[in-house]
Design a protein around this ligand. Structure first.
Ligand code: NAD
Length: 313
């Protein structure tokens, strides 16, 4: 058990994170996903590339509780609060097998109150839980350069999680007690949505007025409008290779997930009576994309395509 790590949720992010964990950690991996083709693909991919003679293995678990009984560390990377509640507290949830040896790390972006509730239930079993949402996108997940924002109730909990997270990320930051990782992540994603809309508007306006897209992007990227949405993840097709905009917005960070993160921000701001004008507008825009079949599963930079369709020459 001590030499196994569990990973639940092998989606856009989790698949790549689990791959780095498997490649870099001296541990066997036990994986689980309700989508059976995700775990099968992971196994097949590693069978074809396995050239080493280490004793590491990969197993598919039957349920979350099966994983926690076999691995002392379990990482979860799930879409939203409801999925985390199901995997941790549901019928076959992690809580039913966790004990004082268990360290549970949830890297999903969810409501901070759910992180706290789940951690509270696990602490009752003697287990340790931290929230560790990430930033860096699928590119960062693949390159193991993610930023982990960790909410841990003590320094020692943080230092227990840090070496495992270091296999998948570059910056591992202790934000405060359980739930604070989610606060940092929510603020980051609200800003990201606003900057993505801003870059999309600027690129679209410049191009409609006659600028060359690559030239305009290169000027923005050496000027005061530069930001991650312009220089690392440009939403205009053809400006950058290997980003979702260059493959019709496939893969990456879905509009449904961005809409979810903005709902978290708007709800937290409303509870705290904090004004977030642009965050609220961004939420309305991403709700529209998430509710439109053509856009729901596309990357959040497809706001650029939506803007073009909504007006221009
Ligand atoms: P995804 O939808 O691609 O992957 C989620 C995976 O969880 C899927 O494989 C799904 O089958 C699995 N799953 C769902 N319910 C399950 C259950 N009950 N038991 C087991 N597995 C279950 O999502 P993603 O893009 O990988 O994002 C995961 C989390 O990371 C989200 O909270 C998201 O907001 C956050 N995030 C995503 C990105 C990104 O660029 N995609 C970046 C930073 C953070």
């Amino acid at each position: 058990k001590a030499n196994s790590v569990g990973f639940i949720g092998l989606g856009q992010m989790g698949f790549k994170m689990a791959q780095n964990l498997y490649n870099k950690a001296d541990s066997s991996l036990i994986i689980y996903d309700i989508n059976k083709s995700a775990t099968q693909d992971f196994i097949s991919m590693n069978k074809t590339s396995a050239t080493d003679a280490t004793l590491k293995s990969i197993d598919i678990a039957e349920s979350p509780v099966d994983i926690v009984r076999r691995a002392s560390v379990v990482i979860t990377m799930l879409p939203s609060s409801a999925h985390v509640e199901e995997v941790y507290l549901g019928k076959d949830g992690l809580v039913h097998g966790a004990d004082k040896e268990s360290l549970l790390i949830d890297s999903s972006t969810i409501h901070q109150s759910v992180s706290k509730e789940v951690a509270h239930k696990l602490t009752g079993k003697g287990a340790t839980m931290v929230d560790a949402p990430v930033s860096g996108g699928t590119v960062g997940a693949e390159a193991a350069t993610l930023t982990f924002m960790v909410g841990a109730s003590s320094e020692s909990d943080f230092h227990r999680a840090k070496p495992i997270l270091s296999h998948m990320g570059k910056n591992i930051v202790h934000c405060g007690t359980v739930g604070t990782g989610q606060i940092a992540k929510m603020c980051n994603n609200m800003l990201l949505a606003i900057s993505m809309i801003g870059v999309s508007e600027a690129m679209n306006l410049g191009i409609q007025l006659g600028m060359d897209p690559k030239l305009l992007a290169s000027i923005l990227n050496t000027s005061s409008g530069r930001c991650w949405s312009s220089d690392t993840y440009n939403p205009c097709p053809g400006v950058m290779p290997n980003v979702p905009s260059s493959r019709d917005y496939e893969g990456g960070f879905g509009n449904t997930l961005m809409a979810k993160d903005l709902r978290l921000a708007v709800s937290a701001a409303s509870d705290a009576r904090v004004t977030i004008l642009l965050g609220a507008v961004a939420q309305q825009l991403y709700n529209q994309l998430a509710n439109t079949a053509e856009y729901a599963k596309k990357d959040f930079s497809s706001i650029y395509k939506w803007l073009i369709k909504s007006g221009g020459k």
